[in-house]
Design a protein around this ligand. Structure first.
Ligand code: SME
Length: 165
């Protein structure tokens, strides 16, 4: 099944604006770790409810050496991912978004859930260019993600980056 909406409403720019307006309402203004965890918790729940046909949505955060599981929605997942490993570690190492239409064809894919069939991973880059983490989203459908989701999620990653302490 091919699923790649050019836009949820048919109005691409309107979709991007409304997605980012709602997402930014979940970004806590308090600059402490507790409110930041609350921000990521609400953003993972928002992503999971906004995009249809997902089975996992969340964050992995970079601790200076590896990715560590952050807030998410979906089945329990692996806690640590080394840079360069799996879709997340590759996107993190390259600091580039990766869309995987069929995870079974991605060398070294890390299957946290057997339900995942396609995936998108978008890096979150701090001001100055250093890695903060990634946004990771899985779908039980093949080829679920397109440039539409990549555009929305990259803009969200910039919003998150700007909210960092
Ligand atoms: N599939 C990811 C691992 C994280 S689970 O999807 C939550 C990867 O290959 O990096």
């Amino acid at each position: 099944m091919i699923f790649s909406p050019l836009s949820a409403t048919g109005n691409y720019d309107k979709d991007v604006t409304s997605f980012l307006e709602v997402a930014s309402s979940y970004i806590e203004k308090e600059r402490d770790v507790f409110h930041f965890m609350a921000t990521l918790s609400n953003l993972s729940a928002f992503i999971y409810s906004y995009f249809p046909d997902l089975n996992w949505a969340g964050f992995y955060l970079f601790d200076g050496e590896k990715l560590v599981l952050g807030s998410f929605q979906g089945e329990p997942a692996c806690i640590e991912i080394k840079l360069g490993r799996g879709v997340c570690g590759t996107a993190a190492e390259k600091k580039e978004s990766i869309i995987v239409s069929d995870v079974s064809h991605f060398p070294g894919h890390i299957a946290c859930s057997s339900k995942s069939r396609s995936e998108i991973v978008v890096p979150i880059i701090k001001d100055g260019g250093s890695l903060f983490g990634v946004i990771d989203i899985d779908s039980p459908l093949l080829n679920r993600f397109s440039e539409y989701e990549r555009h929305l999620l990259e803009d969200l990653a910039i919003l998150i980056s700007k909210s960092l302490i």
